[in-house]
Design a protein around this ligand. Structure first.
Ligand code: APR
Ligand code: PHB
Length: 398
């Protein structure tokens, strides 16, 4: 058995773990990342791609801002479609100049991985049997097996950045954690295709009789599109032709006619879930990102929330190691959860507003229609949508 020592052991090399590692490195704090999968597997996951300004700023702070600066596309508005009619929402005007940037999570992950390789930062990929020990005291340990050999990492803190299905949250005694959850009665079928996006300046969110549809992009030549579907559907049920026919029926006629179609390069069905675990700290263990919370993808808050957690957590560790202050680590959970619940509310609201609910009565449907009609004519409600879409500030009173 080999034993090593570090200041912070990070579980998971998704965007949360990688970004935390980059920020700790810049502050001169020793860390190691332990990841269950291979680098290729991590990069194969396709997720949302809208970055709040705070997230872009954090990528620059972490020294990996060049990719988004060169490859990102700035969005000033969003397009809502209902009753087959398009309604632009001028997000930048409604938020006194704020924008979001379209840049895929896969690219963010790749930029961070390449930086780690360049800097020679330690990452253990394909780690098996990762387990957490003694995090209720001051001498926590992470153990894992790699190529048949057992390893132990002694550390001062463990950062659980291992996503919704990770080992960190699952290691906490059940009576120390409260979980809140809502599962939606549908999924999203996503398609990636090398065709020019139907809208390059704004994401399109469509509410139609046939269900929700979304048009997004990864670059001027790569589109990411989704349609709401029953969770019982299988990817094999959806030929490319069926997908293109369906999404066009859910848009306004002009956009449908303009949409360029082509072979899919990825196709997958994802469930929609809202989930929060409280608190996010258990002694020397801190949860961040999807390990602690999930939002439905409507509004693209998942990565941005993970970035917010990492900002709070890296500042807390820096305060602890550099200023010998416990204040940041003591406030971490409360500070992060205040922002998380607001983003949970926004994601739930936009999901509820835009999807067809199989169990919804006629009344629920009418409420949705009335709210959409109100939204596009009300400066107040449009402003609320816009300020949440660009991202709530990281620092607000709790
Ligand atoms: N041991 C080590 N690593 C693990 C383990 C384990 N037992 N279980 C999971 N992991 C790894 C996963 O393989 C994955 O690479 O942890 C990583 C978690 O990454 P993500 O799921 O991407 O979560 P996070 O980094 O919090 O990113 C949040 O991802 O799902 C989106 O919407 C979400 O965009 C948001 C972002
Ligand atoms: C995406 O680009 O995949 C995306 C964009 C906006 C969303 C959700 C997903 O609200």
């Amino acid at each position: 058995m080999s034993t090593s020592r570090t200041q912070v052991a990070i579980i998971g090399a998704g965007p949360a773990g990688l970004l935390l590692g980059a920020l700790l490195h810049r502050a001169g704090i020793d860390h190691i990342i332990v990841e269950r999968q291979s680098p290729e597997y991590v990069l194969g996951r396709i997720r949302a791609g809208i970055l709040e300004q705070g997230t872009v700023d954090l990528l620059h702070e972490a020294g990996v801002g060049d990719g988004v600066a060169q490859g990102g596309t700035v969005h000033n508005s969003i397009e809502l479609v209902f009753k087959n009619t398009r309604h632009p929402i001028d997000v930048t005007r409604l938020t006194n100049g704020k924008v979001v940037t379209a840049y895929g999570q896969t690219e963010v992950t790749k930029d961070l991985m390449q930086q780690r390789t360049r800097l020679g930062l330690p990452t253990v990929y394909s780690a098996e049997d990762v387990s957490l020990h003694d995090f209720d005291g001051h001498t926590p340990q992470v153990r894992y097996v790699k190529d048949g050999a057992a390893h132990v990492i002694n550390c001062e803190f463990i950062a659980g950045c291992d996503g919704f299905h990770g080992v960190a949250r699952a290691s906490v005694p059940k009576d120390a954690i409260t979980e809140y959850e809502k599962v939606y009665p549908f999924g999203w079928l996503g398609v990636l295709a090398d065709v020019p996006p139907v809208s390059t300046h704004a994401i399109v969110y469509a509410n139609s009789d046939r269900g929700f549809a979304l048009c997004s992009m990864r670059s001027p030549t790569r589109s990411r599109y989704y349609v709401q579907c029953p969770m019982s559907d299988k990817v094999q049920d959806w030929s490319d032709q069926r997908f293109w026919d369906e999404i066009r029926l859910r848009l306004d006629p002009e956009m449908a006619q303009r949409m360029v179609i082509g072979p899919s390069i990825e196709k997958s069905i994802a469930p929609l879930r809202s989930f929060v675990a409280e608190p996010m700290r258990f002694g020397s263990l801190f949860l961040a990102g999807d390990a602690a919370h999930i939002v439905p993808p409507t509004g693209a808050k998942g990565l941005n929330l993970a970035a917010g957690d990492v900002k709070y957590l890296s500042s807390a560790f820096i305060e602890y190691f550099k200023e010998k202050s416990d204040a940041g680590i003591n406030h971490y959970s409360q500070r992060a959860l205040a922002r998380i619940w607001r983003a949970e509310r926004f994601s739930w609201w936009l999901t509820s507003l835009m999807h067809r609910f199989p169990d919804s009565e006629g009344f629920g449907q009418k409420m949705q229609e009335a709210e959409l009609a109100y939204l596009v004519h009300s400066e107040a409600l449009s402003t609320s949508l816009a300020e949440n879409y660009v991202g709530l500030p990281l620092d607000f009173a709790i």
